[in-house]
Design a protein around this ligand. Structure first.
Ligand SMILES: [Zn+2]
Ligand SMILES: [Zn+2]
Length: 216
């Protein structure tokens, strides 16, 4: 499984192009771009590598992760995927950020826990990781995890937003993130990649939960 990272949009979102060099199938995770030239950078890569874009997958419904969904779909005919609990954010966004104005739309496929997304001979498995939003997901591939705004290098996503839940985030981190293998490479929605083992040892939020503490 090959992974290319594009840092896009006003909030420096990590947008990932994940593909199989074997079959040329690909998916884009979190196309949170707004500028035409950012779309062109992704289109150029698809063309240069002769890739067919199958899916556009959103780790959650915030504007900085979904704003490029529709323009990318219009160019590639790829299907848009998001967890069913965040689907409403695409057609009735609660959070309207002026920097991220986008046309409302509906996803093509609503995801659930344990769904498997095929990318050539590879699989991305859906782990439902609510807290930052109720429909946040982490995508698990071979040796890698795309954590969206659930887990960052040295930090976690905000849980003080109207549709977020510190309690759900605690459960997610304790039961779903802390139980993932140490050698998993973590690709967060913002900032640098990291290793799960490093986060378990050094991330202050995970350390606090391991000590029995709370986020709120
Ligand atoms: Zn977010
Ligand atoms: Zn974000």
């Amino acid at each position: 499984m090959e992974i290319l990272t594009f840092v896009v949009g006003p909030l420096s979102t990590n947008c990932f192009l994940v593909y199989s060099a074997e079959t040329g199938e690909s998916v884009v995770i979190d196309p949170g771009f707004v500028a035409e030239r950012e779309l062109e950078r992704i289109m150029d890569q698809l063309e240069r590598l002769s890739l067919k874009l199958k899916y556009i997958i959103n780790t959650h419904g915030h504007p900085d992760h979904v704003s490029g969904d529709l323009p990318l779909k219009e160019r590639t005919k790829a299907k848009i995927l998001i967890h069913r609990l965040d689907a409403y954010m695409l057609h009735e966004p609660e959070v309207q950020l002026s920097a991220y104005r986008f046309k409302r739309f509906k996803p093509d496929i609503e995801l659930r826990e344990d769904d498997e997304i095929r990318v050539g001979e590879h699989t991305l498995k859906v782990l439902h990781t609510p807290g930052h939003t109720m429909g946040s997901i982490t995508l698990i591939g071979e040796g890698v995890a795309f954590t969206g705004d659930t887990l960052f290098a040295g930090s976690i996503g905000r849980v003080d937003l109207p549709h977020s839940s510190p309690r759900e985030m605690e459960y997610t981190l304790r039961e779903k993130i802390l139980t993932l293998p140490d050698d998993l490479k973590v690709y967060p929605g913002h900032g640098p990649a990291t290793l799960m083992g490093v986060e378990k040892k050094t991330n202050p939020f995970l350390l606090e939960l391991k000590r029995g503490g709370k986020l709120s």
